[in-house]
Design a binder for this molecule. Structure first.
Ligand code: SER
Length: 609
């Protein structure tokens, strides 16, 4: 039996702990307060402030295993090594050790039979940055690798064991190459390690094989980034306050190297899932003509399961759209292999994901009940129109953007699926034209909705405006009484009442709710003015303005604040908001909390008039 993912996690943790590292838990797949990215895409995401110089509460040697999604890889899935959801095993030195210790440690981890993976060093090939007009060649890494390989009696020659590449391959930042980095972004040259499989080079990918060749003979298994630089506004690079190491290796790829077979779908990160796909599609994984579709089904349902676990449901926007696209694409592929499949036949595939990661990311028992219904719901909705949509597509010999958008509207075919099906028939569908069509449609529906929803409030009668200001007082009063775990979940105002949903880890008592009501009325009686200030989002966060965590805010925000004087710092309530509000709290009159109830785990609802 080759290495299992559970064993690999143990070896990795024990190795890093032995070398003085502390484990940091992974963050959610949906990054909080980071509108620049849809999903967490690397282990370093949570460490950016520390790479830039802040000190980390857990020290200077850290490690974690982070589940990541790279949406840009969706199209690549189907070969033996790409997956949209992967786990990155990472370690960080925040101004502690640098190149020598990192490269030596990683080599030991890969090759040592007792404390590491015991891989054959002859199968490892390494790369380093060749330098450009701004950043010099990484001589130090080359020198360290030469020593490491000499010790195990492997001859080292440039372009035989060590390969040098330009920034396209050997520079890492979240934005990619140096030219693409925005000012303030950290990055640096990196050194990658590749595992060579026992397969012949495929000349279709170029005359000579080398680590970064795409034929599949070499697989990158780990990347040590030397995070040493920060991009400046004038395009130059300056040293960061500290020289850091940001290392990341792919868990599934380590498993592939350990089994000496490049197919990650044969590792136990996928094997149970693939088995379930075989049953649902009535197809054998070993059949080369359908293998790629089976990998897509396994990958997409696995990724979808993780996304739902981290709190997303299918929708037409952002993360929810990615989820919808993954589920629907998996379904199109399942149907192509087994036309008589049932919605329920997908459940065992999801169950296989849960049991593969039971106790790591999921609690198989309780999560089954939460996740399967979301998937069933989406699939049964799409099933109803799938056959008709496919028939419609069959008929098409040429298509324009408007028809593609109609397919989306009437049958729920995400653009990418329509594009993919048409591509098989040799028909090209342009994304730009499609986007223009979508925009035209949005503009139409927006202008009719706009008059109704000015500034976020559905109706702007005097009474709803009063309730709106009262909601701000209520929000802050809940914090006063129940503490910092309060999170707004939603708010709804009509001319008759206000309704406010929130999360909170302590269960509020009747007495707590009474206190909240008293505070609101005290603030109303103090006749406090409501003021507004436009400020940078980061500044607003710094002064502790309340926001709605489900909302993404722009860089410049409006903060409405209620306080005795003009200084926002002294204000009683400060909140991200678009208005409108009363000018003074005395206009509200008196507020009575009419009803209070529990609506979910740690979730409560208040009605007030
Ligand atoms: N941040 C680097 C990567 O994602 C190494 O962790 O490859």
């Amino acid at each position: 039996m080759s290495l299992t993912h559970r064993k690999l996690r143990k070896i990795f943790s024990a190795f890093l702990e032995k070398h003085g590292h502390v484990e940091v838990p992974p963050i959610s797949l949906v990054p909080q307060n980071d509108p620049t990215t849809l999903f967490t895409g690397s282990g370093m995401q949570q460490f950016v402030p520390y790479l830039l110089g802040q000190s980390h509460p857990q020290g200077t040697r850290l490690f974690n295993i982070q589940h990541c999604i790279r949406v840009q890889d969706i199209e690549e899935v189907g070969d033996n090594r790409h997956d949209t959801l992967f786990e990155m095993m990472g370690n960080w030195s925040l101004g502690d050790y640098f190149k020598k210790e990192q490269l030596n440690n990683f080599f030991t981890f890969l090759t040592d039979k007792n404390e590491g993976l015991g891989l054959d060093p002859n199968k490892l090939f390494v790369t380093a940055f060749e330098g450009n007009n701004q950043i010099p060649k990484d001589e130090k890494s080359i020198e360290i690798w030469e020593k490491i390989f000499k010790e195990v009696e492997i001859s080292v020659k440039i372009n035989e064991r060590i390969f040098l590449y330009p920034a396209k391959d050997n520079w890492w930042s979240r934005a990619g190459e140096p030219n693409n980095m925005p000012p303030g972004e950290p990055g640096g040259p990196d050194s990658e390690v590749f595992y060579q499989f026992d397969i012949e080079h495929d000349p279709a990918f170029g005359k000579e094989c080398h680590p970064n060749c795409d034929c599949g003979r070499f697989l990158e298994i780990g990347n040590s980034v030397f995070m040493q630089y920060k991009k400046m506004t004038d395009g130059t690079f300056e040293n960061l306050p500290k020289m850091n190491v940001d290392f990341g290796g792919g868990l599934e790829r380590f498993l592939a190297a350990a089994q000496n077979d490049p197919d990650i779908f044969k590792t136990d990160a996928f094997s149970l899932i693939i088995k379930a796909v075989e049953v649902a599609t009535q197809t054998d994984y070993r059949n080369p003509s359908t293998q790629s579709s089976m990998r897509i089904i396994a990958d997409h349902l696995k990724t979808a399961t993780f996304i739902i676990k981290d709190g997303i449901t299918p929708s037409n926007k952002e993360q929810g759209y990615v989820l919808r696209r993954l589920l629907r694409r998996a379904l199109v592929k399942i149907r192509a292999l087994n036309e008589s499949f049932s919605t329920e036949s997908v459940s065992p595939i999801v169950a296989a994901v849960l049991s593969t990661y039971d106790g790591i990311y999921f609690d198989a028992k309780s999560d089954t009940e939460k996740i399967i219904p979301v998937i069933h719901d989406e699939i049964s909705k799409f099933r109803l129109t799938l056959d008709r949509g496919l028939r419609e597509l069959e008929k098409i010999s040429d298509i324009n953007a408007k028809q593609a958008f109609d397919l989306y509207q009437s049958y729920g075919f995400p653009f990418e699926i329509t594009q993919e099906i048409l591509k098989e028939k040799g028909i090209h569908l342009s994304k730009e034209e499609y986007d223009t069509e979508v925009k035209r449609h949005q503009d139409k529906s927006r202008s009719s909705a706009q008059s109704k929803f000015k500034g976020g409030l559905a109706d702007q009668s005097e009474q709803t405006v009063k309730y709106h200001t009262a909601t701000h007082l209520l929000h802050q009063a809940l914090f006063d009484v129940l503490g910092e775990s309060v999170r707004q979940e939603g708010s709804n105002i009509t001319a008759d009442r206000l309704r406010f949903d929130f999360q909170c880890v302590v269960r509020p008592t009747d007495e707590d709710i009474k206190k909240v009501e008293t505070i609101i009325n005290e603030k109303i009686n103090e006749s406090l003015p409501m003021r507004m200030k436009v400020m940078d989002k980061s500044e607003a966060e710094k002064i502790g303005a309340r926001s709605f965590f489900k909302e993404k805010y722009p860089d410049q925000v409006k903060i409405y604040y209620i306080g005795k004087d003009e200084d926002i710092q002294n204000a009683y309530s400060k909140e991200f908001c678009g208005g409108p509000h009363v000018a003074n709290t005395k206009e509200i009159g008196k507020i009575n909390i009419q009803r209070f109830k529990k609506i979910g785990s740690n979730m409560y609802r208040v009605y007030a008039e």
